[in-house]
Design a protein around this ligand. Sequence first.
Ligand code: PLP
Length: 528
Amino acid sequence: MNASQFREAAHAAIEEIIQYYETLPSRPVLSTVTPGYLRPLLPSGPPQTGEAWPAIQADIERVIMPGLTHWQSPKFMAFYPASSTFPGMLGELYSAAFTAPAFNWLCSPAVTELETVVLDWVAQLLGLPECYLSKGEGGGVIQGSASEAIVTVMVAARERFVMRRFAEMEEGEEKERKMGEMRARLVALGSEHAHSSTQKAANIAGTRHRPVPAPKDTGFSMTGAALRKTIKECKSQGLEPFYLTATLGTTATCAIDDFEGIAEVIKDYPDIWVHVDAAYAGAALVCPEYQHLTKHFDKFDSFNFNMHKWLLTNFDASCLYIKHRKSLTSALSITPSYLRTPFSDTGLVTDYRDWQIPLGRRFRALKIWFVLRSYGIEGLQSHIRRHVQLGELFHSLLLTRPDLFVVLTGPAFALTVLAVRPKGWTKDGRRPSVTRADRPDPAHEAYLNDFTADAEARYKADSNAATQAVYERVNGSGELFLTSGIADGTYCIRVVSANPMAEEKYLRRAFEVLVKEAEAVVGTKEDE
Ligand code: PLP
């Protein structure tokens, strides 16, 4: 493809992309293909001679489109969003144009320096403590995902812990042996609701993992007391807690761990590295009304959030901040002679290869820069506030039908988690409202005193069955895409109003669809 063919092809591709975005609301959000749909649509191997762009482009609609789940559709209210915007796409385009795996400062000074600057901008925007800025001992780096960020800091935490324990010991085989023994006793902690990436990171880092209980009565939030208890239990088993994930916005319910309580406990265990995983909800910190949440972050070691989830930046852009960058680079830096430069050796420049797992890296700072400049602080704030308001609206709609729905958590950061009220139970969700021949009289004193636990279990089983049925019907309708979850043994449906194309009319429609399917499963008011 020469330059003039590229011009023509690129124009045609951009036109098609714009049209795609314009028609998104009218497309079914979920793909309906069956596994293996794609191979029969393609030849058995690549073409012998090159094809012209129009033939290649035509296959986007024919081959790819049927197999896409449209994450950018306003009817996509599942998982957490994966933002996409035109400025973000332009950043990706230039990044592809300049392709340079800029592992060293010298490999493209602009790639490194823009990353340092925009990550400082973002840290200030989020109200992170100064210790995470590059002007001191800290700084930020763009990773591909929150999972990658977590495994990276966990390795740094492991090495810091072991190094500190044997700092005084003379180098040699004995030290190496003892350090190896210590590594085998390390245990990474995270609340039971921390994202599974913490457990996965522990598997990769070769350490154990223990969940800290975060039950329903604490709003699924990990408390300092629960953390202390788990640390003590680990220690009594001869294990060494070395790392903790504290979450700002858990995946299932957007719960926030008790940062103040955690900071208090950690005073007694200063060798435990505390990482704050704010993958989704961290974006809300652009609004000053959420920044009180960062109050204790200066006592922790690292923080990450994904701009590609809720902050208008195309995948991938996970911002990781470290309080002491030396802890990271001393764990990850291996500098063979071919990677040495006079600037790196004198410590004048940042070599981001020492802040991450791979050597090469993409120019991701460009899209962040474009997004920050295109929207401005005010644009980003109103984006978040609009979604939070839509979450509140959706929640208020749910409250109009207490006969059908129970709100389990939220609205929190544009996420509401609900369950369907099973048929035949009163609004307090505890006792059947009707007396049946095979069940005790629910109004009888003996029932209330003696059968409550059983009634709760039966309520939960009925609720789970009804919620699952409604969930499957909603997604099967093709009108919406939601995800389900389990919180405290309760099957629940998550509704997220943080899609860049979200609007009031789509949330109202989501409510209508939920009502329709819930009535089909548990009956209408009149049936009671
Ligand atoms: N942490 C939290 C709280 C999440 O909600 C998620 C995903 O939704 C992750 C981590 C994993 O994110 P990633 O796909 O960037 O690894």
